[in-house]
Ligand binder design. Structure first.
Ligand SMILES: Cc1ncc(C[n+]2csc(CCOP(=O)(O)OP(=O)(O)O)c2C)c(N)n1
Length: 659
C-alpha cells in the first residue's frame, strides 16, 4: 500500500492513527458484548474504517454527513461520547433515540450526522437538500453521503446523483465498494466495470480510490471538498474495500471464498498504516502499545457510563407525545368569513404566496412549477416574484425531491413540494412514510415539509391522475393530513401547514379548483389543523365527509329539503377531530361516512370503528359508509360516474332513513 503523507505533520499522522484505531477497538469490544448478549445486533465495519475516518476528518465539523450501518468511524471521528453511543446501542432511555432505534439509525444535530433509515438509498437525497441549503445561504460547505455497492442499484442512488448534478449541488457521494451486498457479490449487482463510471452518466466528476488507505481517502476527500465548494458541483468517489465480517454478525460468511479474506487481510487499513508510521519513525512499538492501552482504558471507562443508564420503562404518553414536533402558534386563527369571493385554486395560490412572503427560507419544489407555473398554474408568477432559487423546477424524481426537503429541514429551511398529481406520491412514498414521518420520533429532528397533493377524480383522467390516496398517509403516524373543501379553508389550512414544523400532506381536489368559489380574506390567516367544521345542522342524518364529499352532501341537502342533514367537514384527516365527530353523531344518531376514496381501508372504516366503540349509546342505526367502488378509477366518464361514491348516496340515505 502506498502512503503519501504530503504536508501532514507527525502529530496529524498520529491523530489519524488514534482516529482509525478507535472504531476498530470499539468494534472488537462490541463483538464480545454481542456474544454475551449485551447488545442485540451489530453491522461490522472492520476493514473499512479508513473510509469513514478519512472522509470525516477531511470535512469541517459542521458539515452534515449521512452515514450508513458500517460507518462507526464517522461517529467516533466527530468525537461523540462513547458512553452516549453505548447507551444508544443498548437501546437505553437516554440513548440518542430513547431506545426507539437500532445501532446507527439515529442522528444528532449537534454533531451534524443524519443517520440512516434501513432502506439505504434514501440517505443520498438528504445530502442534496443540505447542499441546496448551503447554496441558497451562500455557505461554503459540502454535504457528504455514503452508499454501499448494493445501494447503488436503488433508484434513490440514481435520483440523488442526477438532482445533485442538475442543480449543481456541492455534495460528495461516497460508494463503499466492499464486494458484497449481504450475500450478493458485485458481479450480480452491476455490469459496469467500476461504479465510478456512473459519474460520467450524470455529468459529474468521479474517482476510484483505495478505500483501505486512510491517507489517500483523507487527501482525496479534502481535495474534492474544495472542488465541490469552488465549482459548486457534486463528486462521486468509489472507495474499494472489503467487508471482513458477515453482513451482520448472525449471518455468517459462508458465501465468501476464503482466499478473498486472505487477500484483504493483507490490505488491512490499520495494520498497513501502522507499518507505515513505524517505518517513518512517527510511531514506535512502545507508543503503539501505549496508544492502544489508552484507548482500551477509555473504552472501558465509557462502557461503565453506558451501563449506568437506566433501562427503558415504556411510557405511553411520552411515546405518543414524541410523534409530532410541538406546534407554536405563528398567527391568530382566522377571523370571520369576510373577503372577496375567490375560486378554490386562487385561495391555494394566495396561501402559498403569502407563506413565501412570510418565510424567506421557504423553498418551493416541483415539476414544471417555475416558468410554466405548475400543471394547474398555482405557482404562475411566483418565479418572477421570488426567483428561481426558491421556485425550483425539479427533474422527474419524486423520491429525491422529498429526500431533499428533509435535507433542507436539517438546515432550518422550510419546503413545499408540489406533487404534479397525488398519484405520483407512490414513487416518493418511502421518503414520505419512512423518512419524513418517523424522523422526529426517532431522534427529535423535525421535517418541516408540506407536500401539496392535487387529488381526486371527476375529471375523466383515468387510473393514474385521479386517485384518492389519502388513506395511505393517514395510516402513518408522524404525518399530518389536511384536506380542505372551501376556498377559505384552502388558504388557511395551507398557511397552517407551512407554519407547522411537521410533515403535512395537503390534499387539494382538482375538481374543486375552478368549480368552487367562496369568500377568502386578504389577510394572512390560519385554519387550525385538527379541527373539523360543522357545515350545517340537521336532525335526521349526519354525514361525515371531506373534500368533494362536502359539496356532494350540500348538493344533496339542497335537492332533498325533506331530509334534515347534519354535515360535518373533517378538514383534517390526521389527526382527526374526535370531539366534533362525537357531537355530530349525537345530533342525529344516524351516521353516514362519505368519501370519494374507495371503500376498503378508506378512512370511513376507521371513523366508523371509532364511533361504534365510543358513541354506541348515541346510535339509532348502523354506521354506514358510502365510498367509491373497490376498483381502480376508470377513465370513461360513465364508468367514472358509476365508480364514484356520489352515485350511491341516494341509496344510503334512503337506507338510513328506513331505520
Ligand atoms: C430497500 C432495502 N432492501 C433490502 C434491504 C436489506 N439489506 C440491508 S443491508 C443490505 C445489503 C447492502 O449492501 P451494500 O449497499 O453493498 O452495503 P454493505 O452492507 O455491503 O455495506 C440489504 C440487502 C434494505 N435494508 N433495504
Amino acid at each position: 500500500m502506498n502512503f503519501d503523507r504530503k504536508e501532514l505533520s507527525n502529530e496529524q499522522l498520529v491523530d489519524m492513527y488514534r482516529s482509525i484505531v478507535l472504531p476498530r477497538m470499539i468494534e472488537d469490544k462490541m463483538l464480545l458484548l454481542l456474544r454475551q448478549g449485551k447488545i442485540s445486533k451489530w453491522f461490522s465495519g472492520i476493514g473499512q474504517e479508513a473510509i469513514s475516518v478519512g472522509a470525516t476528518l477531511a470535512l469541517q465539523n459542521d458539515e452534515w454527513i449521512m452515514p450508513l450501518h458500517r460507518n462507526l468511524g464517522v461517529f467516533t471521528s466527530r468525537k461523540m461520547s462513547l458512553g452516549e453511543l453505548f447507551k444508544q446501542w443498548q437501546g437505553r432511555q437516554d440513548g440518542y433515540s430513547k431506545g426507539r432505534e437500532r445501532s446507527f439509525h439515529f442522528g444528532t444535530k449537534e454533531h451534524h450526522i443524519c443517520g440512516m433509515i434501513s432502506h439505504l438509498g434514501p440517505q443520498l437525497a438528504i445530502a442534496d437538500g443540505v447542499a441546496l441549503a448551503h447554496k441558497l445561504a451562500n455557505e461554503h460547505k459540502v454535504a457528504l453521503a455514503f452508499t454501499g455497492d448494493g445501494g447503488t442499484s436503488e433508484g434513490d442512488f440514481h435520483e440523488a446523483l442526477n438532482v445533485a448534478a442538475v442543480w449543481d449541488l456541492p455534495v460528495i457521494f461516497i460508494i463503499e465498494n466492499n464486494g458484497y451486498g449481504l450475500s450478493t457479490p458485485v458481479s450480480e449487482q452491476y455490469r459496469c466495470f467500476g461504479l465510478v463510471e456512473k459519474a460520467r452518466g450524470y455529468g459529474m466528476e468521479g474517482v476510484q480510490i483505495d478505500g483501505n488507505n486512510i491517507l489517500e481517502v483523507y487527501d482525496t476527500i479534502r481535495g474534492i471538498r474544495n472542488y465541490c465548494i469552488e465549482n459548486q458541483k457534486p463528486y462521486l468517489v468509489e472507495c474499494m474495500t472489503f467487508r471482513m465480517r458477515g453482513h451482520e454478525e448472525a449471518s455468517g460468511v459462508k458465501y465468501v471464498p476464503p482466499a478473498l479474506f486472505d487477500l484483504w487481510e493483507k490490505k488491512d487499513p490499520i495494520k498497513n498504516y501502522e507499518q507505515y508510521l513505524l517505518k517513518q519513525n512517527v510511531l514506535t512499538e512502545e507508543t503503539i502499545i501505549s496508544i492502544r492501552n489508552e484507548i482500551k482504558e477509555h473504552i472501558e471507562e465509557e462502557l461503565k457510563i453506558g451501563y449506568q443508564s437506566a433501562p427503558v420503562v415504556a411510557n405511553t404518553a411520552e411515546e405518543m407525545n414524541d410523534v409530532y414536533a410541538p406546534v407554536f402558534k405563528a398567527s391568530p386563527a382566522g377571523g370571520g368569513l369576510e373577503g372577496a369571493d375567490k375560486r378554490f385554486i386562487e385561495a391555494i395560490k394566495d396561501g402559498l404566496y403569502q407563506s413565501m412572503e412570510q418565510y424567506p427560507n421557504l423553498v418551493l419544489m416541483g415539476q414544471d412549477i417555475a416558468a410554466y407555473g405548475g400543471a394547474f398554474k398555482i405557482t404562475e408568477g411566483f418565479l418572477e416574484t421570488f426567483g428561481k432559487a426558491r421556485v425550483r423546477n425539479t427533474p422527474i424524481c419524486e423520491s429525491a425531491i422529498v429526500g431533499a426537503t428533509l435535507g433542507l429541514s436539517l438546515k432550518g429551511f422550510k419546503a413545499v413540494m408540489e406533487m404534479q398529481f397525488a398519484d405520483f406520491a407512490s414513487v416518493g412514498f418511502n421518503q414520505i412514510v419512512n423518512n419524513l414521518a418517523k424522523i422526529y420520533y426517532r431522534w427529535g429532528q423535525n421535517a418541516d415539509v408540506v407536500i401539496r397533493m392535487p387529488t381526486g377524480g371527476g375529471v375523466g383522467a383515468g387510473p393514474f391522475h385521479s386517485q384518492s390516496n389519502e388513506a395511505w398517509f393517514v395510516h402513518t403516524p408522524g404525518l399530518k393530513v389536511v384536506y380542505p373543501s372551501t376556498p377559505y379553508d384552502a388558504k388557511g389550512l395551507l398557511i397552517a401547514a407551512v407554519n407547522d414544523p411537521n410533515p403535512v400532506l395537503y390534499f387539494e381536489h382538482k375538481a374543486l379548483y375552478r368549480s368552487i368559489t367562496g369568500p377568502v380574506p386578504a389577510a394572512y390567516y390560519e385554519v387550525e389543523i385538527g379541527k373539523a367544521k360543522m357545515v350545517q345542522h340537521g336532525e335526521d342524518i349526519t354525514i361525515i365527509t371531506y373534500g368533494a364529499g362536502v359539496h356532494w352532501a350540500i348538493e344533496y341537502a339542497k335537492n332533498h329539503p325533506e331530509v334534515s342533514l347534519y354535515i360535518l367537514d373533517l378538514r383534517t384527516l390526521l389527526p382527526l377531530d374526535y370531539e366534533a365527530i362525537a357531537t355530530a353523531v349525537k345530533a342525529t344518531g344516524k351516521v353516514l361516512l362519505l368519501h370519494e376514496d374507495t371503500l376498503t381501508g378508506g378512512i370511513g372504516g376507521e371513523i366508523a370503528a371509532w364511533i361504534g366503540e365510543h358513541c354506541f349509546a348515541s346510535l339509532d342505526a348502523p354506521v354506514m359508509r358510502c365510498a367509491s367502488l373497490d376498483t381502480p378509477i376508470p377513465f370513461n366518464i360513465e364508468l367514472e360516474k358509476n365508480f364514484m361514491a356520489y352515485s350511491r348516496l341516494d341509496d344510503y340515505i334512503e337506507k338510513l332513513m328506513g331505520y
